[in-house]
Design a protein around this ligand. Sequence first.
Ligand code: NG1
Ligand code: ZN
Length: 551
Amino acid sequence: MNEEQTSLLLHSCSRFPPPKGVRLSYGTAGFREDASILQSTVFRVGILAALRSLKTRSVIGLMITASHNKVSDNGVKIADPNGGMLSQDWEPFADALANAPTPEQFLQLLTDFVKKENIPFDGQQSAEILLGRDTRPSGGSLLEAAKQGISSIIGAVFYDMGIVTSPQLHWMVRARNKGMKATELDYFDQLSSSFRCLIDLIPYGSGISKTVDDILVVDGANGVGGEKLEALKKMLDDLVIDVRNCGKGSGILNEGVGADYVQKEKVIPQEFGSMDVGLRCASLDGDADRLVYFSVPSNVSSYINLVDGDKILSLFAIFIKEQLSILQEAADEKVKAIHHARVGVVQTAYANGASTEYLKQLGLEVVFTPTGVKYLHDKAAQYDIGIYFEANGHGTILFSESFVASLETIKHEPSSASIEQHNAVLRLLAVSKLINQAVGDALSGLLMVEAILRYMGWSIQKWSDLYQDLPSRMLKVKVVDRTAVVTTNAETVVAKPPGIQEAIDAETAKYPQGRSFIRPSGTEDVIRVYAEASSQEGADNLASSVAKLVD
Ligand code: NG1
Ligand code: ZN
């Protein structure tokens, strides 16, 4: 590192002292804390993003968001060249950088890492970072800190993409690295045109062209998603969307609204009520990477009928499976090969047991990973078509590049496939363009759900009736040190502290269809408790007795 670079780093770093008495950790979704203590962290992540760009010789993303957390929190995460999350082997370095107490120690860490990773750091190579943030009021000043961090690396430049959803930024990074156009308009264009393509491919006479519940009502969590959906819907004729909680009124981000609230509390979000009985409703989270659907039941109650990520996954799986089965009788070898695609479904321990049972009955290969998109995403990427979802509504469908190439070949070359077989191939291709290949994306997921429901001719009720969820309860317990709990087997078994797993097993055995597990949250200072049983009362009781074991 030359002298100019060293003094630039030391000087700028000294203007962003780290918070005292806080241990920062790059968790399942980057760093997340109260926004007031994040200046130094975001500044340092700016530097980290520049290093990542130098190392990978690609465009990198930096997103400032705390997703579904309360409005006073914020966070920062990095998007890798393929649009996915930061490679896991860099996370310990991210932790170390964020926690270095002095500018000198920070510089030492940086110098050692640059050497170890062989990062071209001679001021000759350029680095490029796309910046994005959600609507949080703290976002503006944190973005400044990120810019200062990037600017303290000679040769690094940033492009401010403004207020965007997390999936938009991830999509843009991926698109840029593929040499594609990557503005917000390009994103909207791709989503709306592939949606149109799927609708046009619905066989004549099947499906509901227009039904009473054809309007979709969306809860935007008072965040960025609602605002973007308002813009996107202008490009979608044929789909009537009423967006509420778009953050323009007095409502507060994620307070009594949004996918996390709706999924965890199972209650009607603000601005929704008896006028929505029977309508198809959806909820996005604060940065629009999660999506759940729900309906308001006709009986007077504050509870909703939740259609969660597991049911979105099931709907997607049914559709994909149906397209592949259309190709079963194909005479053309290339088309027949599509029928034999390796399809994998990826879930976490939070998936409702009834969904796993249902997916297995469909004959699908279901695998489990620990919580956190990065784990699910990596697993799903091992298949030709990998469908992953967390129960909370974060998920997508990944298509391998070679599989998409085969679909493209069939699209463009003459084959002996029948029209319906050819259309099935075109549908799969449209899905691969509609559904975000970088991360879970509430906006693209929503269009996918809408297209499939129309193709199937299903109401939300019909979709919801695919299977009955087992009653479940999620609790969180505040603890002094959440890292004291260590889990194994995709988080279903507690390895440490000793004795707890046996106690959980003993409690679980008391309930028919009982299942329970605990794990430290990666985004909050809590231990999460999950329980399932044949009755709601059973799930509630099991969860609270397991919570007592942790307290
Ligand atoms: P933690 O706080 O680690 O449970 C939560 C979600 C994850 C994931 C991350 C990132 C649950 C139970 N956990 O993680 O699935 O979405 O936030 O946002 O919903
Ligand atoms: Zn989110």
